[in-house]
Design a protein around this ligand. Structure first.
Ligand code: 5GP
Ligand code: ZN
Length: 116
């Protein structure tokens, strides 16, 4: 899928509305449309990268940025102390459904391990 037909590119370009919780030049975070926990925020790279596998060495700062945005949102969404989970589903077996790199920040309830 190219960036042009990608739903998260459209969200990044504001062609599709979302409930944005954080934005800068590189990253965007918005409320998941189908939340799996009381806190469920999707953190994306603004640049279209299909999946974690496609990250290059030169993307190290961007990858770190996405993790730090998750850290900050855990604080603003009040689950820093109680706990939270950051998930990057990659390809079929992990259930990736949108092929634009994103991290899920999940919190506000207890999660099981191992995950389903
Ligand atoms: P994945 O399954 O690829 O790891 O995660 C994709 C996530 O994007 C899902 O949790 C899904 O609910 C969310 N999502 C898909 N389409 C939209 C949308 O149009 N708006 C928002 N806010 N979330 C979406
Ligand atoms: Zn995209």
């Amino acid at each position: 899928m190219t960036g042009e037909s990608c739903i998260f590119c459209k969200i990044a370009n504001k062609e599709i509305a979302s409930r944005i919780v954080f934005e800068d030049d590189e990253a965007l975070a918005f409320q998941d449309i189908n939340p799996q926990a009381p806190v469920h925020v999707v953190v994306i790279s603004k640049r279209h990268i299909e999946k974690l596998t496609d990250l290059k060495e030169s993307d190290a700062a961007l990858a770190g940025k996405l993790i730090l945005v998750c850290r900050d949102i855990a604080k603003t969404e009040n689950c820093e102390g109680s706990g939270y989970r950051v998930v990057i589903n990659t390809n079929r077996d992990a259930g990736q459904s949108v092929f634009h790199l994103h991290a899920h920040l999940l919190g506000g309830r207890r999660f099981v391990w191992p995950p389903g």
